[in-house]
Design a protein around this ligand. Structure first.
Ligand code: FES
Ligand code: FES
Length: 392
């Protein structure tokens, strides 16, 4: 135990604490100031952000001992702060809080933005806010509130705020240990780029982008013939249950795919681009779309590779890496969905074989992809049911 003395909201707080005590726990448990919320306790969500000597600091990963002799301001201590009084009003006017859990941390970060970045535009505000997570996803209102305060201060400068801004640099204490609270500039990272086509092989799809499901099917045709078929987007789409191509421009198609699975029904409309690697008979179909009903968004990369299996047969390996956002995301992790996708791949394989046996010819109707989701749903359940007894 050591005695730690911190000026919290203008009052000296002297308490015995273990060296491992974090500032957030010190504030809440020793000083009984429970406005500071702790959530992830890993420095990720920003809920616990407080000001240490005027700078925003994550109190869940800052040792209280490191703040010995310093000044800490929590959400309970902003009464006389001219920036915070503007922010409070703006948060209320712009509906910038819902449950309010993130609000103490959001306010601390917002104050810092207003203080340091008088000319920040919306993009900059969003980058600066990126370290604070709002579970209620109230970012629109929060951004609007900060922008409105910045604009008001540009329209009509406030002497008190200007004095605070001028003091930002000078006020850093002489004994400030720069290493205790290392800061860095927020930067806009490049959007995640698709993996190069060279990686377009099963098992090589971009990991970390979502759920990955592997599958495959056997084709009763030589690999070159199957590959020629598999890189023809309209032909591939015609074999995919529920898929419709509406337009095509080069390797990019616009279209939709309807999915019905038990209680879940969605029609994702969007686009997909095929990247090919002829040498390896591999391709990645990158697609994204929005379900008009639930407004759920789906992104997915379907990687496939055709490999010979003897002279006359081949095997098509398929991997789907997908992510879902929105109401339908609740279905994305279930084992049933994995089964569902594998069976879709099997259905797709059946249709590919059918199409290859009956190549399109003048006067012949294309083979229509048939898909019975209800039958598939119950067949999956039945298989799982049987599996339970096998395990028992
Ligand atoms: S609780 Fe501190 S960053 Fe999440
Ligand atoms: S308002 Fe609820 S977490 Fe942000």
């Amino acid at each position: 135990m050591a005695e730690i003395s911190i000026q919290v909201n203008g009052r000296q707080q002297k308490h015995e604490a273990e060296p491992r005590t974090h500032l957030g726990d010190f504030i809440r448990e020793k000083s009984r100031l429970t406005g500071t919320n702790l959530s992830c306790e890993h420095g990720v969500c920003g809920a616990c952000t407080v000001l240490v000597d005027g700078r925003p600091v994550r109190s869940c990963i800052t040792f209280a001992g490191a703040c010995d002799g310093h000044e800490v301001t929590t959400v309970e201590g902003y009464d006389d702060d001219p920036i915070m009084s503007r922010l409070r009003t703006a948060f209320s006017e712009k509906h910038a809080l819902q449950c309010g859990f993130c609000t103490p941390g959001m306010l601390a970060t917002s104050r810092d933005i207003v203080l340091r970045l008088p000319d920040a535009d919306e993009a900059r505000v969003r980058i600066e806010l990126s370290g604070n997570i709002c579970r209620c996803t109230g970012y629109q209102g929060i951004t609007a509130a900060i922008l409105s305060v910045l604009q008001a201060l540009r329209d009509q400068p406030d002497a008190q705020v200007e004095a605070l801004r001028a003091a930002v640099v000078q006020n850093v204490p002489q004994d400030w240990d720069q290493n205790s609270f290392t800061t860095f500039d927020a930067v806009q990272e490049e959007a995640q780029m698709p993996a190069p086509v060279a990686a377009a092989a099963p098992g090589n799809a971009d990991k970390g982008k979502g759920q990955a499901i592997q599958g495959g099917f056997d084709a009763r045709f030589p690999a070159d013939q199957v590959w020629a078929f598999m890189k023809d987007l309209p032909k591939v789409a015609a074999c995919l249950p529920g898929a419709i191509i509406e337009s095509q421009e080069g390797a990019t198609v616009q279209g939709k795919i309807a999915i019905k699975f038990g209680p879940m029904s969605a029609a994702f409309k969007g686009n997909a681009t095929l990247e090919e690697d002829n040498e390896r008979r591999a391709a990645v179909l990158r697609g994204e779309g929005v379900d008009s009903l639930s407004q759920s968004r789906a992104r997915g990369d379907v990687s496939y590779q055709v490999q010979p299996d003897g002279q006359e047969r081949s095997r098509v390996h398929v991997e789907l890496v997908y992510s879902l956002q929105g109401p339908l995301a609740q279905f994305s992790r279930s084992g049933l969905v994995q089964d569902f996708v594998r069976r879709m791949i099997a259905e797709f394989g059946k249709n590919v074989n059918l199409r290859l046996e009956n190549p399109l010819a003048e006067g012949h109707e294309p083979v229509v992809a048939e898909f019975n989701p209800v039958k598939m749903f119950f067949s999956i359940l039945w298989d799982r049911f049987k599996g339970l007894f096998r395990r028992a």
